[in-house]
Write a protein that binds this ligand. Structure first.
Ligand SMILES: C[S@@+](CC[C@H](N)C(=O)[O-])C[C@H]1O[C@@H](n2cnc3c(N)ncnc32)[C@H](O)[C@@H]1O
Length: 400
């Protein structure tokens, strides 16, 4: 990730407009005053540059939660800040426009665009892309969607889309566990999950999980199925257990089934004479248990005081949790005080990260709105209740 180290600190008192972005007044961590956030406004987007004061220098890098997918934009902003300082090290040299090319071609899509996409095939964790590219080439009339968190693999496949002039393959550089929840369709014929990372010592990190089954069934056609292929016996056994514990599945297991396109991973395991398992998981009579209120606007109640009263606290209710982290605030005499705090919430299986912003009018907002998915709507309602209870408690205390 782009970053630089300087001898001195970026000091400014007012908003700075440069090119097509605006640098807003810095926010300082209330607990650790060596940690700062520099808000950047670009079009409709807001993201932060983190500044960390260390023993002998300052480190500047983009904040992971708000990081935009456009690396060139991040580099441009960091370069501008760096130009005002004594830089001792950096990795900000501009490369060609490879970071934005996929975006321009329209095949690299962001999570908000998923709500209107109607994919026929989905592949999760496509890696080098051999299987997904073959799928898209052989089925030009079908819409294929790939999720991958490893950015170099995403770039490689975007280049191949351009090379082969594919018009039906879309890529989302996002965690598939959340991504599939953002889809609003029942169009999927097959959801491929080939050689997922087993995470046998940290099973909660796996893609395959009971929630994943339910989320997949929501978007699969009635005769659609999950195609899981793995060399990991423990993963497959756990997959069987998960499928058995759901009362609306039937499945089949195929051992050492030959497929035409063999991925890098599969070739490695086959050369080692390992068995390969393929599991097909179908649904029958699946009805979505909970009808979500998908009209949720994610409005938050007013807060009558700073965010500190809620910071560094955790709440748990059933399978939903909420965690509010450190508070950062503006500290200039000319600017009204703005508070922000890191918020992590949702299900333990797939938490969501954003920031809560408390503006000058004591209005509370999310920096990046949650998704209109069941676990986020549940967590949002839970948060509203916590805020309302805190407000009532405060009114009672002040009236006594
Ligand atoms: C072991 S590799 C397998 C790659 C490819 N399917 C193959 O068979 O060669 C697992 C891939 O899944 C990706 N991955 C892991 N967790 C993911 C997630 N939650 N969402 C999307 N991709 C994920 C990893 O980045 C990695 O590329």
């Amino acid at each position: 990730m782009p970053h630089f180290i300087s001898k001195n600190m970026f000091v400014y008192n007012n908003d700075i407009k440069h090119d097509d972005f605006v640098i807003k007044v810095m926010l300082i961590n209330k607990r650790f005053n060596n940690l700062m956030l520099i808000p950047i406004f670009y079009n409709e987007q807001v993201f932060f540059i983190r500044c960390i004061k260390r023993a002998h220098d300052f480190l500047y890098k983009v904040d992971k939660i708000t990081r935009p997918s456009n690396l060139l934009l991040i580099k441009k902003v960091l370069q501008f800040i760096a130009s005002k300082l004594d830089v001792v090290a950096h990795n900000l040299n501009q490369t060609q426009n490879k970071h934005t090319r996929g975006m321009q071609l329209g095949y690299l899509i962001n999570i908000d665009q998923l709500a209107t996409l109607k994919p026929d095939y989905i592949e999760i964790g496509f890696g080098s892309g051999r299987h997904i590219l073959d799928l898209a080439k052989k089925n030009p009339q079908k819409i294929v969607l790939g999720f991958e968190i490893h950015t170099p693999s995403v770039r490689q496949v975007i280049n191949a889309i351009e090379l082969y002039s594919l018009k039906n393959l879309f890529i989302c550089n996002f965690d598939a566990r959340l991504g599939i929840q953002a889809l609003n369709t029942k169009s999927v014929e097959t959801l491929f999950l080939h050689f997922p990372v087993p995470w046998n010592k940290a099973k909660h990190r796996r893609v395959f999980h009971r929630d994943f089954l339910e989320n997949s069934f929501r978007i699969l056609k009635s005769d659609g199925y999950i195609n899981l292929r793995s060399d990991d016996y423990e993963y497959v056994l756990d997959g069987i257990k998960e499928a058995m514990s759901a009362d609306y599945t039937h499945f089949e297991i195929l051992k050492n089934k030959h497929i035409d396109i063999v991925s890098k991973y599969e070739a490695r395991w086959s050369n080692m004479k390992k068995d390969i398992y393929e599991m097909h998981i179908f649904q029958h009579d699946f009805k979505q248990h909970i009808q979500d209120n998908l009209d949720s606007t994610f409005a938050l109640p007013k807060l009558d005081r700073g965010l500190e009263s809620l910071s560094n606290k955790k709440w748990i209710q059933d399978s939903i949790f909420i965690s509010i982290g450190d508070v950062y605030s503006t500290q200039t005499s000319t600017h009204e005080n703005i508070n922000i705090a890191n918020l992590t919430f949702g299900s333990f299986y797939m938490p969501f990260n954003t920031y809560l912003i408390l503006d000058q009018n004591k209005e509370l907002h999310y920096l990046k709105n949650p998704l209109r998915i069941h676990s986020h709507i549940q967590a949002h309602n839970f948060l509203c209740k916590i805020l309302q209870d805190a407000y009532k408690e405060h009114v009672q205390m002040t009236s006594n």
